[in-house]
Each structure stands twice: as structure tokens, then as C-alpha cells.
Design a protein around this ligand. Structure first.
Ligand code: SF4
Length: 149
């Protein structure tokens, strides 16, 4: 799993706070705008998160960690309930996208403009679940060998 800090150049106003709070990976260019160097190692994610929270322009993102959803995306048609509507005797309106969160009852409507980002977050959630399952399997093996750290 890669942890990467990203700057939205259209939002960044060059306050420079990020370089003060996370000098291990952020440097300011000659105009005072941030340049990110490399991925964020697991031991520095706390510093990276602090910089993200402090950015006054909300221009920083810690990718791969924040862009995650666990659940599924489904498409459904809906009947509006009006007696004279065409949907009463045939196909419903839509299809519309709905997000079903893992472990939580109910679904949430997803506007068409957010379907692609939601799918990307779900894909990231699956990757993270896969990584965690691998780590768990390794720890299970270590437990069997009585070598769990
Ligand atoms: S703190 Fe935010 S607005 Fe300021 S330079 Fe960094 S990213 Fe840009």
C-alpha cells in the first residue's frame, strides 16, 4: 500500500504551512508552493495527516488512505408512486446508483457525478482489505509458530 501526499494546485494558495509541518516530504519552490518528495512511509503518516488537517485551503490529500469505501455499489430502478406515471405499469425510473456500506443497513443514493469516484474508493477498499487479509494470514502463521511480535 502506498501512502502519497498530493496537492491540489488549483486550491493551494501557497501558505507554506505544509512545509513547516511536514518538512520530511514537503519543500517549497521559489514561489512558495509545495513540492512533494516521494511516498509517505508508515512512520510519518501522523505528520502527513497533521499537515493535511492544517492546510487552510484544504488543498492537501493523503491518498490511498482517505480515498476508501467499504461496501458495494448497486444500480436500481425506482417507481415514483404516482398513479399516472409511466413507471406505474412498466419499468421504473433510472437506473440510479446506490451505495450499500459494509456492516451498515440501508443504502445511500449516489449522484451520477460521484459514481466514478465512488467506484475508485471501493476499488481501493478492496485492495486494502486484500492487504489486511495477507497481513492477518502472516500473523496467523507467526502465531502458530509462537513468534508473533
Ligand atoms: S498549506 Fe495548503 S495552501 Fe499552504 S502551501 Fe501547503 S498545500 Fe498550499
Amino acid at each position: 500500500m502506498r501512502w502519497r501526499l498530493r496537492v491540489d494546485p488549483t486550491a493551494c494558495t501557497g501558505h507554506g504551512l505544509c512545509a513547516d509541518l511536514f518538512p520530511e516530504r514537503v519543500e517549497l519552490d521559489e514561489w512558495g508552493f509545495p513540492v512533494i518528495h516521494g511516498d509517505v512511509p508508515a512512520g510519518l503518516t501522523g505528520h502527513a495527516r497533521r499537515a493535511v488537517r492544517a492546510c487552510p485551503a484544504l488543498a492537501l490529500r493523503l491518498g490511498d488512505v482517505e480515498q476508501v469505501l467499504f461496501g458495494s455499489l448497486v444500480e436500481q430502478t425506482r417507481k415514483c408512486g404516482k398513479i399516472n406515471c409511466r413507471c406505474a405499469g412498466g419499468d421504473g425510473h433510472g437506473p440510479y446508483a446506490y451505495f450499500a456500506p459494509s456492516g451498515v443497513r440501508g443504502m445511500r443514493y449516489v449522484p451520477a457525478t460521484l459514481v466514478v469516484p465512488a467506484r475508485e474508493c471501493l476499488g481501493q477498499g478492496e485492495r486494502i482489505e486484500g492487504v489486511l487479509a495477507e497481513i492477518s494470514a502472516i500473523n496467523l502463521e507467526l502465531l502458530a509458530r509462537r513468534a508473533l511480535p
